[in-house]
Design a binder for this molecule. Sequence first.
Ligand SMILES: [Cu+2]
Length: 473
Amino acid sequence: MNRRHVLGLIGGAAVATGIGVPFATGIAGSTSTGRQFRSALRLPKPFTRPLTVPRVLDAAAGPVSIVQRPGMAEILPGIQTPIWGYGGEFPGPTIRARSGRPAIVEHHNDLPVPVVVHLHGGHTPPGDDGYPTDVLPLGGIRRYTYPGQQRAATLWYHDHRMDATGQSVWRGLAGFHLIGDDEDDALPLPRAERDLPLLIADRAFAADGSLAYPQAAEGVLGDVITVNGRAWPYAEVAGARYRVRLLNASNARRYRLALDPPGAIVQIGSDGGLLGRPVTHDAVELAPGERVDAVVDFGRYRPGSAVRLVNTFGSGSTRDVMRFQVGSRAADDSTVPARLSTVDPLPTPTRTRTFRFHAGGVHGMKGWLVNGEPFRPGVPVARPRLGDTEVWELTSDLHHPVHVHLGQFQVLGRGIRGPGAHDAGWKDTIDLRPAEQARIAVRFTDYTGRYLLHCHNLEHEDMAMMAEFETTR
Ligand SMILES: [Cu+2]
């Protein structure tokens, strides 16, 4: 289906509901913008298989290589699901990099489609940022260089091809890219096997176990919640503190993550790395693309407890996320210091720009727009100067998680209020809610060229809710 065809479906009730493929069961408008799909096979009981952690590629030691290829994954127990994966795996391997050192990642494309690799949250020169038309063709090999001139942070890499990102990520093209630095290392936080990256993504399955990608221009919502590529896994944890790096890699679903029985989720970092001070949450809201780095103390639960991570925005099968099986108390010299890092406010802004994210007409059909326009490659809508601080006012009609490439920003406020509970620190994605106006302070440095500002609901992104800006000297 081409964009023109799909655009016509926005707002329409009819979506293919053939036997054996996931079928739409309604539009979820309250907590996510999207269409809910139900798998065409019987869903398994949750918490029957252990959490796995993706293998690590150490890019701090030298160039690493990833072959993008079809693979098989056991996302549901006993069912083989064809995927597209980095290394044939879903999620892809976790790339570990070091602040101040370039990370070189050589990608081979053995998939049946062209691909584009974007390092989400990366401070990356334009040629390696993964512009949607800058494809790695079938059979191609390409080296992406990430200079690493940025602080420690939980980043991720995923496909970003024009009009096709939703399908490619849905089929598995996503993985962590973790940058470490001396400041983060010096803190007494949980580490090694008590530092868990958790990639959360919803999916819906066809009757044969495949990941048929349903068309829904509002956003695709699945009925199976996966963590690191497995549906509703469990993790055996010691009675001790754990660092959990929560990433919402879903196409369109927003989560409100909480522990059951209740427990504190102590946020220590955001998209762009450590916060100044920890923030304690009862629940963490996470829109597509966002990350929350947090510490959970399982030592507060009785040994033998089963602690569920639940999504209080979900219901039925989308309420459970994973379960922690708490073992006996264990030696634990980790703590969460009251001061984590320094996050200085950006200097006084020199100008203000407004970007409106909304539905609208494109050539007589409905589409997703930024300031009334669909994405126009090569036509920058703004030319911010390197080093200048600008205020960007972002307004929305529905839920739109807005992602800015190249630089991390700071949230100044929402409406007449200040920043929200999840807006602290450096951000690259802001969870815009319906009819909201948020103000962010942005400042770009180091690299001139063309970058993107777009909605990270991947179906909205593919349906043209993207704008180009060009950084200049
Ligand atoms: Cu959107």
